[in-house]
Design a protein around this ligand. Structure first.
Ligand SMILES: [Fe+2]
Length: 433
């Protein structure tokens, strides 16, 4: 039996390309100038039958857009130590001693540097040709980082929660300055040795969730050393961003799992966090994630006077990979964008939610196609919220296109398709800069 995670649109590619002048159908917006980067697992060499999607070596793909043209496609494996070894290349890096050295979850341009990121190994710095320059420790020996640092648009600070893949029941809240140097770190005690994939923030609080997906070492699949703890309690914490000595304010919540928030914001009564929430994960199916507890769009309300999180289902379609207009991070954003998976009615779809009215629009790809996370790019620096473009990878087992949608009219479908010279396997996260 071949691992289901290396077939179809998830099958790895084998070539590192650098191709100029890509074919475009439709009209790329002339305002859309910059680089889209996408990160995902792309196993190098043969994999075991029990290989898991989360465990493949990271490959980053970039598409350059400039004034209505698609000028370049380039893709490279991140030169982690295992990848360098597999390719027979010299490396000056020491092996990672705790956690998987895979760098496969996200590519983000933060504090002026393109980083390849995964929660189980240090970040890797990449240059404009996607060559690996080395590891990033933010000038302070940071080892356990995350795939999901977030830049606060109001302050330019980068907030992130990392954790060590060991028995230590804690995570660490990092603040990185606009200069790329560690500005502060704070240990946060958890209820167990838990995975914390992402976080959210408001101007006043960092939001951290303490959910019962825990590290297991004895008898675990080495690819995915997590198991759902059915007896584990769950809670959501507000960390004061202005008073490092203030205790974390914890709210109890029914056990559930969240990889990613849509956004968080302050209200007159407390904090609201919108999330893609699973009931559980890695419980009955250790090869998860997803079935039979797939993610839906939920709202968590943390009222100042309450002891528990109030939960409310916003949209019951199966959806993940939330993005917003990141100029609105931490404030009451109106629009959120997710990817619908496993619909009964159509193939994968991009959903554009109006989080204020509860309305939504969608565009579905053709049957048999896979869609990746849709990255929002504003049409101009001073464009209103949601006035811009959604960029996603639309793949079949044979090819991929970059599709560009008008975020104000998602239902109209792509305004342009960039036909890529090589398929991009289903991946996780990316950025445009
Ligand atoms: Fe993620």
């Amino acid at each position: 039996m071949t691992s289901k995670w290396v077939t179809g649109t998830k099958a790895p590619v084998h070539d590192e390309l650098d191709v100029a002048d890509l074919e475009v159908t439709g009209a790329l917006p002339p305002s859309l100038s910059g680089r889209l980067v996408r990160m995902g697992p792309n196993p190098i060499g043969p994999v075991a039958d029990e290989h898991h999607w989360f465990a493949g070596a990271g490959m980053v793909h970039a598409i350059d857009l400039d004034g209505g043209r698609a000028t370049r496609f380039v893709n490279r494996w991140v030169r982690t130590v295992p990848v360098s070894d597999e390719l027979g290349e010299e490396t000056a890096l020491a092996p990672v001693t705790s956690g998987a050295d895979i760098a496969n979850t996200s590519a983000l341009h933060i504090a002026g540097q393109l980083l390849a990121l995964t929660e189980t190994c240090p970040p890797y710095r990449l240059d404009a040709d996607l060559a690996t320059l080395g590891r990033e420790d933010f000038g302070a020996g940071v080892e356990h980082f995350t795939a999901h640092p977030h830049t606060d648009p109001a302050t330019g600070e980068v907030l992130a929660v990392g954790y060590a893949a060991d028995d230590d029941p804690s995570c660490t809240l990092y603040t990185i300055g606009g200069d790329g140097r560690l500005a502060s770190q704070r240990r946060i005690d958890l209820l167990g040795p838990r995975s914390v994939h992402d976080m959210a923030f408001t101007p006043d609080h960092a939001v951290v969730w303490d959910l019962p997906l825990e590290m297991v070492h004895e008898g675990a699949d080495p690819d995915v050393p997590f198991r759902w703890n059915r007896e584990g309690a769950a809670r959501v914490g507000l960390v004061d961003r202005h008073d490092a000595g203030a205790p974390v304010r914890w709210y109890d919540i029914e056990p559930c799992w969240v990889f990613h928030p849509v956004n968080a914001y302050e209200t007159d009564h407390g904090v609201v966090v919108d999330v893609c929430q699973f009931d559980r994960i890695f419980d009955v199916d250790p090869t998860g994630p997803g079935d039979p507890f797939p993610p839906q769009l939920w709202r968590w309300t943390l009222d100042r006077d309450a002891a528990e999180v109030k939960r409310e289902l916003i949209d019951d379609r199966i959806q993940e990979f939330p993005r917003i207009d990141e100029r609105r991070w931490g404030s009451p954003a109106r629009f959120g964008y997710t990817v619908e998976l496993f619909s009964r009615h159509h193939s994968a779809a991009i959903l554009a939610h109006d989080l204020q009215t509860g309305g939504s629009a969608h565009w579905a790809a053709d049957d048999g196609h896979a869609l990746g996370e849709a990255v929002f790019v504003p049409d101009a620096d001073d464009a209103g919220e949601g006035e811009g473009w959604l960029l996603a990878i639309d793949s079949t087992p044979d090819r991929s296109d970059l599709v560009v949608l008008d975020a104000t009219d998602v239902a109209a479908g792509p305004v342009a398709r960039v036909h890529l010279p090589q398929r991009i396997p289903d991946g996780f996260h990316g950025d445009f800069y």
